[in-house]
Design a protein around this ligand. Structure first.
Ligand code: SF4
Length: 280
């Protein structure tokens, strides 16, 4: 995936587009990357839009249901920490495989990442989704990449867990899908909810997206909406589920709850289309 070669023409276009960035701003830094691929956005307000996905490695949380543990679960110690927080009868359902960091994470320069994004865009995709892991952990290294992509007219979506401030990111052209974690993630409240950070996102182009497994999760969302004063039309509820049957049955129930509470429903289109696979 990372060995994508650019044609001579594409290389020349790339050199012109990135000359400014490489000569007048901070020198390119390394990004710790899990995967880069083109697909359609499967969640949130831009569902269905063709986009290049840049999945960054590492996360500051350890959610039990996380379906991208290959971005951060590299030590048995972390595996044991997650297990210790999960109630015994729910442990069987968890996938807690420990991944090999050297096989999962590549240190790529901003220039190489930009080249790959350009190539995967095939001349017509103008949307990039930064996801993870938690992409804002690497925000310092992301600045020059985002600056370059914005100049070329890309619309940028950032998927974040809402625990790290977005300060330093440009206001225009960047949309945040903030996904605060509920108690179903088995993370302590103080670790997963940072009220002031969430309020900062309220002043940005941002929506708030929650993964829902059961009714009590919606009560938690309602409490958080009150606490942070999030307008309901900016709240999306999304069914937890990595197989089509769970997604559909939970989704039908959740859509009805969204109508009842005035929230928006978000599907997980990529699961529906392709199942729980990587790189789609
Ligand atoms: S914040 Fe997201 S990437 Fe990090 S552990 Fe939780 S679900 Fe996984």
């Amino acid at each position: 995936m990372y060995a994508l070669r650019l044609s001579n023409t594409t290389s020349r276009i790339f050199q012109r587009l990135f000359t400014t960035t490489t000569t007048t701003t901070t020198p390119p830094t390394l990004l710790r990357v899990s995967e880069i691929f083109a697909s359609v956005q499967g969640e949130g307000p831009f569902l269905g839009r063709p986009s290049v996905f840049l999945r960054l490695a590492l996360c500051n949380l350890q959610c039990a249901y996380c379906d991208t543990k290959y971005t951060w679960l590299f030590e048995e110690e972390k595996q044991q920490q997650v297990l210790a927080r999960v109630r015994e009868k729910q442990r069987d359902k968890l996938d807690l495989k420990v991944y090999q960091k050297s096989a999962e994470v590549r240190n790529l320069s901003v220039v190489d990442v930009a080249k790959t994004v350009l190539d995967l865009s095939q001349g017509h995709i103008r949307s990039i989704v930064l996801t993870g892991g938690e992409p804002l952990i690497q925000r310092a290294a992301l600045y020059s990449l985002l600056e370059s992509l914005l100049k070329k007219g890309y619309h940028i979506e950032v998927e974040t867990n809402g625990t790290i401030r977005p300060s330093g990111f440009p206001i225009e052209g960047i949309h945040f899908n903030v996904s605060p974690k509920l108690s179903n993630s088995f993370q302590p409240f103080e670790k997963r909810i940072h009220r002031q950070v969430l309020q900062e996102f309220l002043n940005r182009d941002a929506i708030f997206k929650f993964v829902i497994t059961q009714e009590k999760d919606i009560t938690e969302v309602n409490n958080l909406v009150e606490l942070v004063q999030i307008p309901r039309e900016r709240v999306y509820l999304m069914p937890e589920g990595t197989d089509i049957e769970t997604l559909h049955s939970r989704g039908r129930w959740l859509a009805t709850e969204c109508i009842r509470h005035g929230f928006r429903y978000s599907h997980r289109l990529h699961i529906d289309l392709w199942g729980n696979r990587r790189g789609i």
